[in-house]
Ligand binder design. Structure first.
Ligand code: ADP
Length: 320
């Protein structure tokens, strides 16, 4: 090939096409976000300063992250027949996410999160699961072909435990790479779940709740991750905010991946971006080490921007 032809070949490298397949099973919420000088006391009515209605839910956020970061994504979940449901569905479709397995409940309203944020950035949140509570083992069985078509299956804990267990068990039986983000979590996971999980990805608080151990430092995270591996999870990644990710991996020494140094503006959805990015990379066959570093870069970029889904970057922004 002549130098000229080589130059031309490089000039015509096609734009990146997504090729890994990720199925996300999880929640979709409409987030109703009010800002107020402080959080209201019981019985008190406060004047707020602004209001926004934005798409959220850990399942939706992680699906959007995986799609923007390069994967073909299918969403399994449930919305209501109301306007919120239609808006959430349209938002996912606009990201190129396959919604064929996104069901509509005839009776339950779409999930909502009522969020009050005060001037000091403290928040108070009430989540009403609504239609997310209708995702069941039967839902997973109805859409098994969607899981079968995926390389990586991602799940969180904002849908009922039966649905989570069915997702883990079905995906493991089909030989998929299974990621569980145990959020939100109120106690230890059922013992029979661990052997079904390839990547268990809690943040510090979740790692502490899962193990009953304090997790306030990378050293604590190492102890908790080792306990979770002993319980049967193949790989455990404890996300530590600005301190990075503690990785306890099958057949390897534990390692702390430092986070890129950035000026954080809003850390909402950092974890969702990390998980979506990791899933997208693993789905297209990237080695784990590179996948973790890519997901960290994506999450670091997300914390430099305001909002949840609005802060999630696209793959092209991470080209190195
Ligand atoms: P969650 O949002 O679930 O609480 P974390 O806060 O642990 O999760 O963040 C997930 C990942 O996002 C971290 O492991 C890190 O890679 C990245 N991240 C979070 N906060 C920062 C930050 N301030 N600077 C750089 N990266 C960050």
């Amino acid at each position: 090939m002549t130098g000229n032809a080589a130059t031309q070949a490089n000039d015509f490298v096609p734009a990146h096409e997504p090729h890994g397949r990720v199925a996300v099973v999880g929640s979709l919420n409409m987030d109703l976000v009010a800002r107020a000088p402080r959080l209201p006391h019981p019985g008190e009515t406060l004047a707020g300063s602004s209001f926004a209605q934005v798409a959220g839910g850990k399942g939706g956020n992680q699906a959007v992250a995986a799609a923007r970061l390069g994967a073909h994504v299918a969403m399994l979940g449930c919305v209501g027949t109301d306007a919120n449901g239609a808006q959430l569905r349209a938002g996912l479709a606009a990201e190129g996410i396959d919604c064929a397995a996104l069901e509509t409940s005839p009776s339950a309203p779409t999930g909502v999160a009522l969020i009050v944020v005060d001037d000091g950035s403290q928040n108070a949140i009430v989540i009403v699961a609504g239609s997310n509570g209708e995702v069941s083992a039967e839902t997973i069985a109805r859409h098994e072909t969607v899981l079968a078509a995926a390389d990586v299956v991602v799940c969180q804990l904002e849908t009922p435990p039966d649905a989570v267990y069915a997702t883990l068990a079905t995906a493991a039986r089909l030989g998929k790479t299974v990621i569980l983000n145990p959020a939100p979590v109120t106690g230890p996971l059922p013992a029979e779940w661990f052997g079904l999980i390839d990547y268990l990805i809690p943040n510090e608080l979740e790692a502490a709740t899962l193990t009953g151990l304090p997790v306030e430092s990378p050293a604590d995270a190492a102890v908790a991750a080792a306990a979770l591996r002993r319980a049967g999870a193949r790989n455990v990644l404890v996300t530590l905010g600005a301190r990075g990710v503690h990785a306890a991996l099958e057949g390897a020494d534990a390692v702390l991946y430092d986070a890129p140094k950035v000026a954080a503006v809003d850390t909402t959805a950092a974890g969702d971006t990390f998980i979506g990015g990791l899933a997208a990379q693993l789905a297209q066959g990237e080695p784990l080490d590179a996948a973790i570093r890519f997901a960290q870069r994506a999450a670091a970029l997300s914390v430099t921007r305001a909002g949840a889904q609005t802060s999630i970057p696209r793959r092209a922004e991470l080209a190195s």
